[in-house]
Design a protein. Structure first.
Length: 142
């Protein structure tokens, strides 16, 4: 498909800067024990917040928010925070931005109830639990 790139590492996400590229898919798998931990968590303990953060402050900013939603502190939570930290840093680097608007959201419905085109230069999405995000090329948007 035209305009779509795939990559195997977070470094490959920088392909979004190539002219004509609309989507970069990082094909990755989490360790099974991490995915099992996420799947066993009560949905009420999953993060649901939005913050504007500088990458260097992410860990200091996110830990109290995870505590507030009663997400248990453990090695799996540390793995989640490490992954979010990596994504925030990589996105800030690619977007050449000093801060990142980070939203961790519990979604139990169709979050985007209609097809639309974002009015932002770039957005990085990841799904940790449940169905993933759908994307449609412009040619098929109607």
């Amino acid at each position: 498909m035209t305009g779509i790139e795939t990559c195997a590492t977070s470094a490959g996400l920088a392909a979004i800067k190539k002219p004509g590229t609309e989507l970069v898919i990082w094909q990755r798998d989490f360790p099974k024990r991490f995915q099992d931990w996420l799947d066993r968590l009560d949905a009420a303990t999953l993060p649901d917040f939005r913050i504007l953060v500088e990458p260097r402050d992410l860990r200091r900013a996110i830990d109290p928010l995870l505590d507030a939603c009663d997400m248990p502190a453990c090695d799996m939570r540390d793995l989640l925070v490490e992954d979010i930290d990596d994504l925030v840093r990589r996105f800030a680097e690619i977007a050449r931005s000093e801060s990142v608007d980070l939203r961790l959201q519990r979604v139990d419905h169709d979050a985007c109830w209609k097809f639309h085109r974002d009015n932002v230069e770039a957005r990085l999405l990841t799904t940790y639990r449940g169905p993933t995000t759908e994307w449609v090329q412009m040619a098929y948007a109607d």
